[in-house]
Design a protein around this ligand. Structure first.
Ligand SMILES: *[C@@H]1O[C@H](CO)[C@@H](O)[C@H](O)[C@H]1NC(C)=O
Ligand SMILES: *[C@@H]1O[C@H](CO)[C@@H](O)[C@H](O)[C@H]1NC(C)=O
Length: 249
């Protein structure tokens, strides 16, 4: 009898634990503009080992954040990263969650680090965590939202207020903007922070914005895949993919 009670009791405990599985309040979806990275990086930017990325904003990170402690929640218990589980979204993750660091990388380390830090805290399966971030990036279509208001990566200076407004026109929520050193002593648009509900689907107004900084006017630097150094990658792999925009799965 006592044994059965114990079983029922531990079942209740584990159900409670499951209901409570996400120790966070919302996600930060952090998108980055590769043109700014290339411009500001001392080592330039390189074609990743698997081939060319998209000429668009990339996912930089997808963080689980806890408002009450005002910190990202990291390194929960969860299954270890398994790169093979990303096979179904290989094309899309290669193009839109790309790592253009030099020397060239295969991207796996950035995905592994995102999963081990935040993904394991999300309560999602590994594939679903990455799919969610990639879908949100696509849904946000920041490049399209900016273009709709005449804001293009054409090296011109744009008002940060206009950039925020353009994104909010499309998404109904206000983004955070982070800048990087740019040409001629100006700052340039580098990252866009968007907040997402724990459902990993819905953009929300940020309950808390990290300390980000951009001056009133910023350069929107161009990005073309020809800016990426391909010499370094060719040494690794001769099967470099061609740039493509038809990379959605
Ligand atoms: C945030 O962290 C605190 C302290 O670890 C925890 O008590 C709280 O339950 C967390 N918030 C959520 C939504 O889980
Ligand atoms: C491209 O990469 C190669 C190999 O790492 C390096 O020797 C070369 O200087 C780089 N080119 C540019 C333009 O940075």
């Amino acid at each position: 009898m006592a044994g059965r009670k114990t079983i029922v009791f531990s079942l209740i405990l584990s159900l409670m634990a499951a209901a409570n599985a996400v120790p966070f309040d919302f996600y930060y979806l952090i998108l980055m503009w590769p043109g700014a990275y290339c411009e500001d990086s001392d080592n330039g930017c390189c074609v990743p080992k698997y081939g060319y990325p998209a000429e668009d904003f990339f996912v930089d990170d997808f963080q689980t954040f806890n408002v009450s402690i005002n910190k990202p929640i990291t390194r929960c218990n969860g299954s270890p990263f398994d790169a093979n589980k990303l096979d179904p979204i290989e094309n899309s993750i290669n193009h839109y969650w790309s790592n253009i660091k030099c020397p060239p990388t295969d991207g796996v380390n950035s995905w592994k680090s995102a999963w081990n830090s935040y993904g394991v805290c999300s309560g999602l399966k590994q594939l679903d965590y990455f799919k969610a971030a990639l879908n949100l990036r696509k849904q946000a279509d920041v490049l399209g939202a900016l273009a709709a208001q005449g804001i293009e990566p054409d090296y011109k200076l744009y008002s940060t207020e206009m950039i925020r407004w353009a994104v909010s026109q499309k998404l109904g929520v206000t983004p955070g903007l982070q800048c990087k050193d740019g040409p001629f002593g100006k700052k340039q648009l580098y990252q866009v922070y968007l907040c997402v509900d724990t459902d990993a689907k819905t953009f929300i107004e940020c309950p808390k914005m990290p300390k980000l900084s951009c001056p009133d006017a910023v350069v929107f630097h161009p990005f073309y895949t020809w800016m990426l150094n391909a010499t370094a990658a060719a040494a690794f792999d001769s099967r470099i993919l061609l740039p493509t925009e038809t990379a959605l799965n």
